[in-house]
Design a protein around this ligand. Structure first.
Ligand code: 6PG
Length: 257
């Protein structure tokens, strides 16, 4: 069964609203079923539209803020106040503007040595472990994708034994002049999630999107292909330029909005 769904949007606002609605629905369901909703956020420019609308109505009044626990799928190794920090970005643009308790924010300590930060974050995840895992079964994971097919801080190239074995790893990679030292959750954690949402916009990502979704399986070349939740769903929210090189016979056929 292919549990992927691809939705194509003609405007950025509609894409962000679809992501916000999806997050709120999953958070309410999780809070109702298990008393908390475990969310992982991403960095990059693409989620800015989503972060801007979440503090607004109707999402502000609909979301179960006190029951939402926030984690990060990856972090750049810079202090939290640095403009390049993924935590700092989400905090400034979104979390400081909603009534989420400070103790519900579980950031990667980007100010530490990458290996130390990765190890420390593994311990943070362990506190939320469930289902016999050493990490939480995340309810909603937000991911972006680079023009090279990377996602979180999982970059093209040979997959390291650490990536296969551990929940959190330190990574060094150069991409568009962003901080090279990073910490990333691994596919072990992403693939136990209940729901993963990719946001992908822009023509410069069209080749990678076609490669990831419609190309032959090649997870070393296309890291986003490493994300295949065992029992969860994957929703791709993309804009028209990013979807422009998907083959005409792509299945399941994208739904256009
Ligand atoms: C980061 C990310 C990364 C990001 C992609 C896409 O720390 O940079 O979490 O995986 O999602 O690089 O970035 P853009 O949205 O800026 O294209």
């Amino acid at each position: 069964m292919d549990d992927r769904e691809v939705r194509v949007f003609s405007d950025a606002d509609a894409l962000s609203r679809a992501a916000a609605e999806h997050l709120v629905a999953i958070a309410l369901e999780a809070a109702h079923a298990r008393g908390q909703a475990l969310i992982a956020l991403s960095g990059g420019n693409t989620p800015q539209g989503l972060y801007a609308i979440l503090p607004q109505l109707p999402y502000r009044s609909q979301s179960p803020w006190a029951q939402m626990q926030f984690f990060w799928g990856d972090e750049r190794c810079v202090p939290p106040g640095d403009p390049e920090s993924n935590y700092g970005q989400a905090k400034r643009e979104f979390l400081d503007r909603v009534p989420v308790p400070a103790e519900n924010l579980h950031r990667v300590k980007g100010e530490l040595e990458p290996d130390v930060a990765a190890q420390e974050y593994g311990l943070v995840l362990r506190q939320f472990s469930s289902d016999g895992l050493a990490w939480p079964r995340l309810d909603w994971v937000l991911l972006g994708m680079g023009a090279d097919g990377h996602t979180a801080s999982l970059f093209p190239g040979p997959i390291s034994p650490k990536e296969r074995e551990r929940p959190v790893i330190a990574v060094t990679a150069n991409y568009q002049g962003r901080p090279a030292n990073r910490v990333s959750l691994t596919p072990r954690v992403f693939n136990s999630a209940r729901s993963v949402v990719f946001l992908v916009t822009g023509e410069e990502k069209a080749d990678a999107l076609a490669g990831v979704l419609a190309g032959a399986p090649d997870p070393e070349r296309w890291p986003a292909q490493r994300i295949r939740p065992e029992t969860g769903s994957v929703l791709w929210l993309v804009d028209r330029p990013a979807a422009s090189r998907l083959p005409k016979d792509f299945r399941p056929a994208p739904v256009t909005f």
